[in-house]
Design a protein around this ligand. Sequence first.
Ligand code: G3P
Ligand code: CA
Length: 256
Amino acid sequence: MNFLELYKNPHLIGAHRGASCLAPENTMDALQKSLGHCDFIEIDVQLTRDAEAVVFHDDTLERTTDIAKHPEFGSRKPFRVSDFTLEELAALDYGSWFEPNPHTEPVLTLYATLNFIKKHHLYLNIEIKNMHGVFEDTQAVAKVLEMIEQTKTSHLILLSSFYHPYLKIAKKLAPHIPTAALTEDKHPCETMEELLEYLRYLQVCAYHFDLSLADRYVVKELKEAGFHVGVYTVNSPKKANELFFMGVDAIFSDDA
Ligand code: G3P
Ligand code: CA
């Protein structure tokens, strides 16, 4: 089964940044704690200064690392991930900020994540963060694809991004890997007809949006046009049931 086939099942639960209610987001601990509680894991991926792929959500390191406790990096504000090498990132801790259970967690690479999901035969949604202007678009996508190729995990992967040009590049370089367009607060088109046309142009199999955009009409039109629908971030079981009843295929939850 690949991710496309997984998406034929109803009521899918994606562990958002891993089990991010139970463990520090986007860490190995969060991946491990989601085992048995989700249908797939969602992670965020971006490149380091030396173009290694790491699993990390924010553009900067302040919120989810202990960089403030590293005087050697004091002059490197605003602590952008893309300004640090993987070796430098490996000196930081990714779990001591986490409440109510602060503990040490190492940096998580995409490579380690792919090996983990392969070992557990778990599906993975890789969100490629928008690195436009920092790395060449093709370089950013190609690095993610290189890791997937190296670990032979393409059958377990769904690629997504808010930066839709990445999705076109991914389709060109790896047409066998399914993709999903992400949006927040606003659809990228004025009318439903234009939106469906746009999603067809992107060659995505799915459209993922935030809770504020979830309504019965949009979900029905997308489903009738053959797109899978995912909604983030949904931490209430009652809300999840409402969305599934509406026809939503997958929800992304911190509480998976
Ligand atoms: O992929 C769904 C969701 O993760 C997108 O929003 O900000 O949590 O990456 P964000
Ligand atoms: Ca994400």
